[in-house]
Design a protein around this ligand. Structure first.
Ligand SMILES: C[C@H](N)C(=O)N[C@H](CCC(=O)O)C(=O)O
Ligand SMILES: [Mg+2]
Length: 360
């Protein structure tokens, strides 16, 4: 099966409410979608959002990286040589991880379709039903409580609480949610780099003294502050999860060797695709550190690809933050993977099970 062409389009999906973190506010899902054509009529699909504040990728940079650097290396080549194609994709240009992730996703989709297997099976796992948390955007305490109560009513058993305002307000947010929801739902915190190590220790100690035990704190300090992460681990009981500190193997190895994190959040967009994410998960396994698979605010296609990775590595990917589809009013794409509030039913059909991209 030979790759003959690469087309780009968009996947757009409206959100239930604006998505707000300490780093950015997003009004709708808006992904660049990649379609790879082959000589036998089968197509492979991939997608990437613009996440400039996190990875540096914009819509313009994703389109330019794909059309000028990545796609030209694929045309005329056989999908049977997946490994070589993935290597070429990774080496074609520095950085531009979202663009690489979209191509890597489409290549994996084609490859598994060529093998007539769901992607997770081709990667060594099984189609599974995964349970995701739901993200509660950074807002005033009452608005966050209303969103959290709606999430609990939808059946979510774990909530990812976005923080990163001033520390006193963040403490008030968590106390307010805990006071009204204690026992109904697990609280996972994500400050998206907004605090420093001293503030983080103060906030978590104050919560712990109140008898509030979050499941973990994700990326409390700036990405480069690995010493800060380690300091936090040494001074609080709450486990520390790294997110923006780890994009690649070198960064992960440093965090693991310095014992700077209890947990690692993996994302296809940070790592530049499925292949690199699997390598990161495999390194975490070597160190006995469990992972979460996460997503950006991105299309159901990208979420489905990440769900296949989780279904292929359930031994080390123990936590699921694949809620971008559940945050949308409509998906913008027809997929065999089924999203049912907290549950993600990974497709049993070949590849990523893409049926149709809807009109953007
Ligand atoms: C959507 C997911 N639950 C999430 O919160 N991811 C963020 C980054 C998402 C974005 O800004 O697009 C995270 O884990 O930091
Ligand atoms: Mg995060």
């Amino acid at each position: 099966m030979i790759i003959t062409a690469c087309h780009l389009t968009r996947i757009r999906a409206p959100l239930i409410t604006p998505f707000k973190t300490a780093l950015r506010t997003v009004q709708q899902v808006d992904d660049i979608a990649v379609i790879l054509d082959t000589d036998v009529g089968i197509q492979g699909y991939g997608s990437a959002p613009a996440t400039a504040a996190i990875t540096g990728d914009t819509h313009g940079s994703i389109v330019a990286a794909i059309t000028e650097h990545l796609a030209p290396r694929l045309i005329g080549r056989s999908i049977a040589c997946l490994h070589e194609l993935l290597q070429a994709n990774d080496a074609a240009i520095a950085h531009n991880n979202n663009a690489k992730a979209a191509i890597d996703m489409a290549l994996h989709d084609l490859w598994a379709t060529f093998l007539a297997q769901p992607l997770c099976v081709a990667l060594g796992g099984q189609p599974s039903v995964l349970e995701t948390n739901l993200t509660i955007s950074l807002n005033a305490p009452d608005a966050m409580l209303a969103d959290a109560a709606a999430a609990v009513a939808r059946g979510f058993r774990a909530l990812k609480i976005k923080l990163g305002g001033d520390p006193a307000s963040d403490l008030a947010r968590v106390r307010h949610l805990h006071a009204h929801l204690d026992g109904q739902v697990e609280l996972r915190l994500d400050a998206n780099q907004a605090w420093n190590a001293r503030q983080t220790v103060q906030i978590l100690r104050a919560l712990e003294q109140d008898g509030i035990q979050p499941a973990w704190i994700e990326q409390p300090v700036p990405a480069a502050d690995i010493a800060g992460l380690r300091h936090i681990r040494e001074h609080v009981a709450t486990p520390v999860m790294v997110d923006e500190s780890v994009f690649d193997l070198r960064q992960l190895l440093r965090v693991l060797e310095l014992q700077a994190a209890d947990l690692v959040n993996l994302k296809l967009m940070k790592a530049g695709g499925i292949r690199n994410t699997l390598m990161l998960a495999d390194l975490c396994r070597q160190f006995g550190v469990p992972c979460q698979i996460g997503c950006m605010l991105e299309s159901a296609l990208g979420v489905s690809a990440a769900a296949h990775v989780a279904a292929a590595r359930r031994d080390v990917i123990r936590f699921i933050d694949l809620d971008a589809a559940a945050l949308c009013l409509e998906p913008g794409i027809v997929l065999d993977t089924r999203f049912e509030h907290a549950l993600i039913h990974v497709n049993h059909t070949p590849g990523l099970g893409v049926r149709e991209l809807l009109e953007p």
